[in-house]
Design a protein around this ligand. Structure first.
Ligand code: PMP
Length: 285
């Protein structure tokens, strides 16, 4: 925290931190595989872009924070873990004014990760479509991984109320954007597609890994194109990607069974290639 290693019990933030008062800040979730911090550079670059987009000047240069992340992983002695990196606006007054907070807060947490239950990876996961749309880019660009996740949380509550763990969110034009904590892909006739950035999505690191590394390695390519709900209902396969979720197949969306109701062959191939890469390479870049 703010440059020093502290125990879990000592790690405290002020009630005057605007990260708490207003959700004013940004964050990243990163994985550690076999002691290597997967895609550390991509995650930190996205964090610094998020900070820039909310006009938060980071307390440390990127390279310093990268070292702090590695040191925190080492201090926890975990070989496979989840890292949460936060930049908060810092301690200020009770008013909104972000520039009256003299120093941003910097936090790195390393802990165990809880994935979706293993059986869902085998059988596929059921999701719903949230009634609540994803917040429009003009209001709060979902490309900013901000500490204000209430749009996602309210959609997640819709999912939980429907007894599932994830919800697809449409944008205000009615196109598919992403899920509450995952990006989304569809497969039809062997062609893989995913919503474009201007659908209003987080530019997922796992999404980019699938598009630019995993799919090409398997001789496939991913097209970014506007996707309607109808395209998902009639797709051969649908899968989600995310740092915590990795790659997970979707077997049903509400009452609509996807493909043959299991995890499709392309999703399985991508999952296998994902597992192979993170266990053998897990590059930091
Ligand atoms: N969309 C949202 C809203 C997310 O919070 C996340 C991260 N959990 C993702 C997509 C997936 O992004 P990444 O692959 O970078 O984890």
């Amino acid at each position: 925290m703010d440059g020093s290693l502290v125990s879990r019990d000592e790690a405290k933030v002020s009630v005057y931190d605007h990260g708490l008062l207003y959700g004013d800040g940004c964050f990243e979730g990163i994985r550690v595989y076999g002691g290597r911090v997967f895609k550390l550079r991509s995650h930190l670059e996205r964090l610094y872009r998020s900070a820039d987009m909310i006009r938060l000047a980071p307390a440390y240069p990127l390279a310093t924070l990268a070292n702090a992340v590695r040191e925190t992983v080492a201090a926890n002695g975990l070989k496979d873990a989840y890292i949460r990196v936060l930049m908060t606006r810092g301690v200020g007054t009770l008013g909104l004014h972000p520039f009256r907070c003299p120093k941003p807060g910097t936090i790195v947490i390393v802990d165990a990760i809880q994935l979706y239950p293993e059986e869902l990876y085998q059988r596929g996961m059921k999701v719903i479509v949230a009634k609540r749309p994803r917040i429009p880019m003009q209001c709060l660009d979902p490309a900013i991984k901000s500490l204000n996740y209430l749009n996602n949380i309210l959609a997640k509550i819709e999912a939980i109320d429907a007894d599932v763990l994830e919800a697809i969110m449409l944008n205000t034009d009615g196109f598919v954007s992403e899920c509450t904590g995952d990006n989304i892909f569809a497969v039809r006739d062997g062609r893989i597609s995913t919503p474009p950035e201007d659908a209003g999505i987080l530019h997922g690191i796992t999404r980019a890994f699938v598009m630019h590394e995993l799919a090409p390695a398997l001789g496939m390519r991913v097209e970014q194109r506007p996707i309607r709900l109808e395209d998902l209902y009639t797709a051969d396969e649908v899968f989600l990607t995310g740092t915590a979720a990795e790659i997970i197949g979707v077997n049903a969306i509400g009452d609509h069974t996807i493909g043959s109701g299991g995890v499709g062959p392309i999703s399985k191939q991508l999952e296998a290639e994902f597992r192979r890469r993170v266990t053998t390479e897990a590059p930091e870049d």
